[in-house]
Write a protein that binds this ligand. Structure first.
Ligand code: NAD
Length: 362
């Protein structure tokens, strides 16, 4: 099959880690007889330098024309980079927010998986980890508190700030459908997380999720309050398969889940709309402190490319091959500096990409 992939290399370590992910995709194409065509798209600091804005209209058109977009990371050192002297709507991150909005990317999927070989980096006690964990957080990305009306005003002489949390039933239904669809590709369990004992928006969330669940009799589901979920993630993460939740709860829980794996350089993510299109990127930032040194861990980006194969192209066998190659390399003891422990073989970014390629397709 032939696919057009938009590529946002971005800033900091972005170009280095994206280079490795493309290397892996090329190996997949060669092994399984596909053709991936890449088109570079400027976004973030590099776009500010070249075009004066973090995302041009032409870049949005290119992204829209692609079957999927693979991204590294954007942004610079927020205290020293001149990009952060600009007004907020012209800073690197504004490019990403605009792209998500333009492409209607309302569903964010972040897996948190504990590799047996990296168990030592997990901050949870062995007896609580048990067999390990393999969960994804499905977070609503374009609604809720972060997108509601906000004001700061003086009321009766007192400075008062207000943020509005709004969800309608359509926004909840479409993310719930995504959550149940993904559960069907996994262990068939959805935990819907809300604060229905307090919030009206959560009560509507719960009602709509229950309606959607009726269409998925093969998927088990439960409701959990967000405060309990935050505790359960560090008490018994192995109980979760798909955690389905709204924007702000998902923001917090997905960072908590990534910390529980103990290795930010390993965590992939996808932002999806209601077509097969997706934007795939690592969960970490542009790590300007280590940019250009060939020491960044490319695995999160490579696993994001694997998610692209699975969710946007339905190439499950190829995605399995990439994920298996990553596991193999870890099992053999190769580590980038962020996941290094004594006795292991320390390798750089480019070498890690080579090693993963060598383990695809025999
Ligand atoms: P960061 O994730 O870039 O870095 C945090 C720490 O983790 C650093 O010590 C870094 O060296 C390390 N690290 C991150 N990724 C790594 C990797 N692949 N391999 C090895 N080590 C890695 O977070 P930050 O320092 O808070 O942010 C830096 C910049 O990234 C900021 O401009 C921020 O806005 C931006 N950012 C962008 C995105 C995105 O593009 N979606 C997400 C988060 C942060």
């Amino acid at each position: 099959m032939e696919y057009q992939i938009g590529v946002i290399s971005g800033d900091g370590i972005g170009p280095e880690i994206v280079r490795e992910a493309k290397k892996v995709l090329d190996k997949v194409a060669e092994t399984y007889g596909h053709s991936f065509r890449y088109e570079e798209i400027l976004m973030g600091g590099v776009s500010i330098d070249a075009c004066g804005v973090p995302l041009t209209e032409a870049a949005v058109v290119s992204a829209r024309a692609a079957d999927a977009v693979l991204m590294g990371s954007i942004g610079g050192d927020t205290t020293t980079s001149s990009w952060y002297q600009l007004p907020p709507n012209l800073r690197p991150e504004a490019g990403l927010l605009k792209l998500r909005k333009e492409l209607n990317l309302f569903a964010n999927v972040r897996p948190a998986y504990l590799y047996e070989e990296l168990k030592g980096a997990c901050p949870i006690k062995d007896e609580l980890i048990g067999e390990g964990f393999d969960l994804v957080i499905m977070r609503e990305l374009t609604g809720g508190l972060y997108f509601g009306a906000r004001t700061t005003e003086t009321v009766d002489g007192v400075l008062t700030a207000t943020d509005t949390l709004t969800y309608n039933e359509h926004e909840i239904r479409r993310i719930a459908v995504k959550g149940f669809d993904i559960a069907r590709k996994r262990r068939k369990k959805v935990t819907s997380v809300d604060k229905a004992n307090v919030l009206d928006s959560s009560r509507l969330w719960r009602k709509v999720v229950e309606e959607v669940a009726k269409d998925y009799p093969d998927v088990a589901y439960e409701h959990m309050l967000v405060d309990n979920c935050a505790m359960q993630l560090v008490r018994n993460p192995g109980q979760f398969d798909v955690i389905l939740t709204e924007n702000m709860f998902g923001d917090i829980l997905s960072d908590e889940a990534s910390m529980v794996t103990g290795s930010i350089g390993m965590l992939s993510s996808a932002s999806l709309n209601d077509t097969k299109f997706g934007l795939y990127e690592p969960s970490h930032g542009s790590a300007p402190d280590i940019a250009g040194q060939d020491i960044a861990n490319p695995i999160a980006t490579i696993l994001s490319a694997a998610m692209m194969l699975r969710f946007s192209f339905d190439l499950d066998r190829e995605a399995d091959a990439v994920e298996a190659a990553v596991k193999e390399v870890l099992k053999e003891g190769f580590r980038t500096v962020d996941i290094y422990s004594e006795g292991m073989a320390k390798v750089g970014c480019s070498k890690m990409g080579d090693l993963i390629c060598e383990r695809i397709g025999g």
